[in-house]
Design a protein around this ligand. Structure first.
Ligand code: V47
Length: 381
């Protein structure tokens, strides 16, 4: 199986690290494998995902980060736009969704969305990050018009839009293939997909939290179809609710297997669960140790995904900055407006300035790289 090949056979470098920095006996065999250039397996993943040796985890993940990205730490001048919160999936972990006639339900017209994109003309936005919901009524024409209107409002920004779950929903509703939906959207300016909607692939978790949503298997298939069309996509994992450490590891290894097959994932973003106003309101927020452990385990298991994002909106800027020493090499971006996490109780700002992002990066000893959606540097020098 591809997932069990030695890392050297995959062209991965043996990692340069000091095994003396690892104190958890369960992590020592993992360190030895990394030094030998061997690919990690599920048992290694579980050792990482359950370890409390935070400094050991950091030492291993930082070595992997340095091998892949050096000290470069990416960020993007972007804006998020959530075109609607009307959703038929009713996921228990989500505070954002509304019934069509529910209080606070909204649907932006393409013109209203374009007006948001045109705000802050002083910002040289490289990316519009566009996600909404699985709206029960909207047809493809709406989404095509939305993409065209956003492209016209911000011609220099890449349209990174929709999740693989949204694409699958549009295709099912329309009675056409996901590939056909993607091709039509590409004709309207779509250039990349976001990584949301993956949640945790475990059928056990999905049966409890999101039984009507696109399955994990289907999310992976649609991502692979996007990659085959030349559309890069991202991947996420929503953690910190009812999933087990083993289910986290299975999720990460399923992503790694898909990446071996289709190769189009640019970045992985761990998403820390926020419980407020959700059906899981009695679950505690994630801890700093768990946040950093998930970032580190992701960097080490996802040896074929180039970038790991520390999403400051969910981690908070302080933990996101520390995560740069735990495998993350990207802070996402300026965001401007965020609704999904803030409806669920996030206390972070709605946006960050470029100067704030660069300060977080440089004050931690890393090298800031302003990027586009394809991780090309937009630095002047
Ligand atoms: O799809 C929903 C998750 C995602 C909650 O691709 C929640 O670059 C936490 O996907 N607590 C949206 N998370 C965010 C997302 C994303 C963010 C940043 C960058 C990228 C990228 C993608 O948030 C949803 C869902 O998986 N989510 N509810 C919640 N209560």
């Amino acid at each position: 199986m591809a997932g069990q090949e030695p890392a050297l056979a995959q062209g991965l470098p043996p990692l340069e690290l000091n095994p003396g920095l690892v104190s958890d006996p369960g992590l020592k065999p993992v360190a030895a494998k990394l030094i030998a250039g061997e690919r990690l397996d599920a048992a290694d993943g579980l050792a990482l995902m359950t370890s409390q040796d935070l400094l050991g985890l950091g030492a291993l993940a930082h070595a992997a980060r340095l091998a892949k990205n050096g000290l470069a730490t990416h960020y993007v001048l972007n804006r998020q736009i959530n075109y609607s919160n009307i959703c038929g999936n009713r996921c228990t972990f989500c505070a954002f969704w509304r019934e069509p006639d529910g209080e606070g339900a909204y649907l932006l017209s393409p013109q209203e969305a374009a007006a948001l994109a045109a705000e802050h003309p002083e910002m040289d936005l490289a990316e519009l990050h566009i996600v909404g919901s699985c709206h029960p009524e909207l047809g493809l024409d709406y989404y095509c018009e939305l993409l065209r209107a956003l492209g016209a409002a911000r011609p220099k920004a890449t349209l990174k839009a929709f999740t693989a779950a949204e694409i699958d929903h549009f295709a099912c509703r329309e009675g056409i293939s996901a590939r056909e939906v993607l091709k039509r959207f590409m004709d309207c300016g779509l250039r990349a997909l976001t990584g949301g909607g993956a949640e945790v692939f475990s059928p056990r978790v999905r049966a409890k939290l999101c039984p009507t949503k696109t399955s994990g298997q289907r999310w992976l298939e649609v991502s692979g179809q996007a990659h085959a069309l030349g559309l890069p996509t991202n991947a996420t994992m929503l953690y910190g609710h009812i999933e087990t450490p083993q289910e986290r590891v299975e999720h990460l290894l399923a992503l790694r297997d898909q990446q071996d097959l289709s190769g189009g994932f640019s970045a992985f973003i761990p998403l820390a669960f926020h419980p407020d106003n959700t059906g899981l309101g009695d679950i505690s927020r994630t801890t700093g140790l768990d946040d950093l452990r998930v970032v580190a385990a992701s960097r080490l298991l996802l040896d074929n995904i180039p970038h790991i994002k520390a999403y400051w909106v969910m981690l908070g800027p302080k933990v996101a900055q520390v995560a740069l020493n735990f495998g993350a090499d990207d802070l996402d971006g300026t965001i401007v407006e965020e609704r999904i996490t803030h409806t669920a109780g996030a206390t972070t700002a709605k946006g960050m300035t470029e100067a704030e992002l660069r300060h977080l990066i440089t004050s931690a000893g890393f090298v800031p790289v302003r990027r586009d959606s394809f991780y090309r540097s937009l630095e002047q020098d």
